[in-house]
Design a protein around this ligand. Structure first.
Ligand SMILES: [Zn+2]
Length: 340
């Protein structure tokens, strides 16, 4: 099969790899009609995260089940499925508490690589959720978004306790931040402030439910949020970047007693203890337990209540994956969909 492999930072290739096979009786093999490039793929692409190449790439996926192991009971060949970027058993104590991304048996799908024509999904019963039927082509980008960026934005909004009567601020205008806006809207937030200085991303934020756009960032952005909230700060803040600047912007934009949902993969973030102490905010985040939300997200997509696939603004054949990475790295695209 054809698959995306990274040899070194900036060196993305599409090459022939062994077709996946059932390894454990709990595995499933899926064929992907679409896959995509994640903002978090840019950390190794830019050399910020070190990997000894060549490594398979990709962790987001949807697909048609082709084969299942002997112990798989909840999905069968021919079904269309969506899964999270962490495979999970969905039965351990951590999973049952709703934190499947930290399952005691979790397998990062990035180690398998889903920017490929096929993929092996471990713990298929725990990991995969079947859609009500075979989706039309128009729904596939929406379902693919649920695999990570929508699920992650949703978790951030839940962790930030977005809801009726709340002012929600969103730091980060990548796909996750934009879908955090969508999630906050669905959860009933009263006012949703998106930090963004790019016209195309601002438009999408408004389409997803942002009521206000703030172009300032850092402490100037914080001052703007304070000004909009009678000096108090937002009730709920979504952090979807993962840098020191974005994290401090989130902490300082939140009112005392408010909640921060942080889902940007932290790189070089060090929180000053004394400032955090006096901020008196709730901090909750980490790798999103997308599996917890998948059944609800699939229903909202199936009913066409939400269209999260709007974040894909560039579509390329899998063979042109390198161009997809470049476009996201240069911020020419919000999110790139690849057709295997
Ligand atoms: Zn588990």
């Amino acid at each position: 099969m054809r698959a995306v492999v990274m040899y070194a930072p900036g060196d993305i290739r599409v090459e022939e790899r062994e077709d996946p096979e059932i390894v454990a009786p709990t595995d499933a093999i899926i064929r992907l009609p679409a896959t995509c490039v994640c903002g978090s793929d840019l950390w190794p692409y830019r050399g910020v995260e070190k990997h000894d190449g060549p490594v398979p790439m990709g962790h987001e996926y949807v697909g048609v089940v082709e084969e299942v192991g002997d112990e798989v009971t909840s999905v069968e060949p021919g079904q269309f499925v969506v899964g999270s970027f962490f495979a999970s058993d969905n039965t351990c104590e951590i999973c049952r508490a709703g934190y499947q991304s930290r399952c005691v048996n979790a397998v990062p799908m990035a180690t398998i690589g889903t920017q490929a024509q096929r993929a092996r999904v471990p713990m298929a019963d725990g990991t995969l959720v079947a859609t009500p039927g075979m989706p039309g082509a128009d729904l596939i980008p929406d379902l693919l978004a649920a695999s990570d960026v929508l699920g992650t934005g949703w978790f951030a909004a839940v962790a930030a306790e977005a809801g009726p009567g709340k002012t929600v601020a969103v730091v980060g205008d990548g796909a996750v931040g934009l879908l955090g806006v969508l999630a906050a809207k669905q959860l009933g937030a009263e006012r949703i402030v998106a930090f963004s200085r790019h016209a195309d991303r601002q438009r999408l934020a408004v389409e997803f439910g942002a009521t206000d756009i703030v172009t300032e960032r850092g402490d100037e952005g914080v001052a703007k949020i304070k000004e909009m909230t009678g000096g108090l700060g937002a009730h709920s803040v979504i952090e979807a970047v993962g840098t020191q600047e974005s994290m401090m912007q989130a902490v300082r934009s939140t009112r005392p007693g408010g909640h921060i949902g942080y889902v940007g993969v932290a790189h070089g973030v060090a929180l000053p203890g004394l400032e955090l102490f006096y901020a008196a905010v709730h901090l909750h985040g980490g790798p999103a337990p997308v599996r917890r939300f998948l059944p609800d997200l699939i229903r909202l997509i199936w009913d066409r209540t939400i269209r999260p696939g709007r974040v894909f603004d560039l579509e390329l054949p899998l063979e042109q994956a390198a161009e997809g990475y470049r476009a996201m790295d240069e911020r020419r695209a919000v999110k790139v969909l690849l057709r295997p």
